[in-house]
Ligand binder design. Sequence first.
Ligand code: ADP
Length: 455
Amino acid sequence: MAPLMKKVLIANRGEIAVRVARTLREMGIGSVAVYSEPDHQSLHVRVCDEAYPIGPAAAAESYLVGERLFEVAKRAGCDGVHPGYGFLSENAAFAEACEQRGLRFIGPPASAMRAMGLKTAARERMAAAGVPIVPGGNANTAEEALETAERIGYPVMLKATAGGGGKGMRLVHRPDELTAALERAQSEALKAFGDPTVYLEKAIIRPRHVEIQVLADGQGHAIFLGERDCSMQRRHQKVVEEAPAPGITPELRAQIGKVCVEACLRIGYRGAGTFEFLYQDGRFYFIEMNTRIQVEHPVTELITGVDLIREQLLIAGGEPLSIRQQDIELRGHAIECRINAEDPDSFMPSPGLIQHYHAAGGPGVRMDTHIYEGYRVPPNYDSMIGKLIVHGATREQAIARMRVALSELVVDGIKTNIPLQQRILADGGFAQGGQNIHYLEKKLAERREKALSVL
Ligand code: ADP
């Protein structure tokens, strides 16, 4: 078969750039890396066929500058762009600019990104497509916020319309707290996203975070690839993810999966995507759709045997989906631990030189990373330096396997959250499964109190 694209520019850095490069090379497609000054020694630069500098450390002057990326694409003769996650991956204008320059954007059409980009618009679209959403409404003024909160009932969550990364979210328990919280949320949203608009959702008190992975070809076919449980969170950021989600019955899975597939077809979705839900008492509440590949995609790959990056490339190349829903069979259990360069207790970033690195190995063990011995973790980006992922026949085996893998993994010279991951994997509540999104924070608070009482 002739290659779908000849050469793809990877508009990203870190582990996802390495991950994408691997599949490109496997498929016989050329891989082109871009790198900022401090990233010149990153593994993604080495694994790609070609690599080009795009500017200084600040992402706003390198990875986020479309024109720089297009210059490289032209020089290298690329015909496709993979945006990874973060950076420009959910930027509809960038997707359009790629297409205008004859570069295939490996992601959904700009229109679908726009439809899902603003949370309020996404909620409306989803509700119209029959997806269950969290009750909510507008909060443009203090009066409107009070009215909406009264209607949906307290406690409520203020959320930034243009939000992402857990920023600008505020829990409000009572009407007398709402006006001040609204002002703070608006100014936070303006600072983080350049848009002060916030809206209200009913706060779901003890939910789990369960999300559905989909693939759609934009030619009338869409499938779902089971779900992931990402309830182990700190500050609304995922720490451990797993698939399948403990306790989700095949019936419930089929039901919510079908809703997502139908929504994909209704909105003309194309590519890989994720529907994120809060899940409580057997009910799903849609919170947002991510129109890109996600950090935690490997757990789905391990239980389905599907290479999601490969599917993204095939779809972007105009191929119809070759996998049918009945081909998707969930096998065993997979867990992912995010490995961060940070102090495991204070969570302060810990960049610096990696003096010693030893990857974990063995059956069912996968490490997605861009680090190696002698690599310097730059202080300029997200603290995630890799992901340790395991697959086992059962959840119990996956946990045991992850515990062994974490004990083998060595990253010396900087501080990492490996000790935190070890504590989570050794925790009785985690072993039980199905904990809610507050569980990890609660455990961390208990630990802090204990430490104080010892002093
Ligand atoms: P972001 O795009 O900023 O990550 P999300 O809408 O995806 O925001 O929400 C991130 C996390 O915030 C969720 O996983 C959950 O922990 C919490 N959250 C969001 N909305 C609600 C809500 N209505 N009630 C309770 N928790 C919520």
